[in-house]
Design a protein around this ligand. Sequence first.
Ligand code: VGL
Ligand code: ZN
Length: 200
Amino acid sequence: MRDGEVLLVTDVQNDFCPGGRLAVPGGDEVVPVINRLASRFRHVVLTQDWHPEDHTSFASSHPGKAPFSEIEMPYGPQTLWPDHCTWESEGAAFHADLDIPQAQLVIRKGYHKEIDSYSAFFENDRTTPTGLSGYLRERGLTRIVCVGLAFDYCVRYSAEDAVAHGFDTIVIEEACRAIDLAGSAAATKASFRDRGIKLR
Ligand code: VGL
Ligand code: ZN
């Protein structure tokens, strides 16, 4: 671990693991990888997807719309998801084997009913901040190592925001798994290359 380095662990929650409501293929496989990696970090931040039951990112909030279809929201296109990670549900809990006692902050996101939040830094309007950028800067943490679920949604948006806001940004591929809708995993890798996000 270098000085000023933080591990950002994205959404390692039951609903994103096999058996969960928005299961990412192989999602649980990242848990031992992340535990091992985290043991080498002094600074760790976790994110937790955290939605009210009637969240507008849920297909169930839009009669006639199917999960994984797309709609237009005031802030742009939004993929509709199966219900997942609802407040205080078992699905929203971290995977039971995630073992990072030194984690220092949990950023919850997606708690505003009308707007989704993939990134740990900004909601999906790309302007409402979560406060994470200020927190990291105030603590002198300038290099972010990104891991977790899902590679092509929340990890991707967080890494893109991190690099756009001047953080040195690395994504560890073996500690991520993708949902992979319509080529989104490949598009994520291309975007990382274009933006100078290091994929290790
Ligand atoms: C996520 C879709 C909806 C993620 C969260 O963690 O990547 N994806 N909510
Ligand atoms: Zn979500």
